[in-house]
Design a binder for this molecule. Sequence first.
Ligand code: AMP
Length: 294
Amino acid sequence: MTPPIPIAKSVAGLQSALEPLRRAGKRIGFVPTMGALHEGHLSLLQEAKRQSDFAVLSVFVNPEQFGPSEDYARYPRDLKADAALAAGAGADHLFAPSPETVYPNGFCTRVEVTGLSDRLCGARRPGHFRGVTTVVWKLLQIVDPDLVFFGAKDAQQVVLIRKMIHDLNGPWEVRSVATVREEDGLAKSSRNRYLAPPDRERAATIHRALRSAFQTIVHGERSAGTAEKIADAILKGMAVDVEHLSTVSLSDLEPLVELQGDVLLAVAARFGETRLIDNVCFRVAGDEVEEILP
Ligand code: AMP
């Protein structure tokens, strides 16, 4: 069994653990999560271990990024299980602050990447990305890592965080990590556990639809509309309730007509109360198409 890892609940506790490492010139890698860890989170952690000397993982279910009718109260929480999984994947320190530690009484500052926050997932989840960027900015200030790791599954999040760090002159380097999937292609997510068995089976259609559209692009299709129609037909064929299916430029999330440059093809779909997202990112340069990370 892997020995347990230290868990800091306070900002001072974490910072006093990291101070000597920083002084010794160690590179700190940071993986922010909301817990309920699965192999997707663990692959971020493994990447953090590979690219840095000391890996910090945070577990914080951020109330600011949930809408009033969303699943904040029932979001799965099990710090003991998360600590064991994180230790097994090589985490060196856990940061698990309480909501009061992150948002003490009187907290009234927000960080918002305007415009980009309202596109794609932001259109249906007003305030969601303001909650994400606010907490990520705060966690980055607290941990002050060299590198911070995010999953490609949440491509819009990666784009927003890169923009926030650029616009506000943050010193941290962002690394994105490929999406980890179930055997049938469904992107691993803490929310997959909510799916009823028939929905769980249908949910794999999202990945299938994205791959089919991507394959036609690899074979020469350059119309965003046509690529979207191919994915949409597959999703409709399985009666999937699509919230958005969009082809946008990866840099500014603006809708594309012609596929050129760095492209994000993103899907959000609903299965009952559960909302799932997935995407494919690729670079189109003339006849060449190459899958990339956001
Ligand atoms: P969450 O706990 O859902 O906020 O996710 C924390 C981090 O894990 C985010 O950077 C996510 O993009 C990433 N992540 C979630 N699911 C996956 C996955 N299936 N593969 C890779 N990274 C993931």
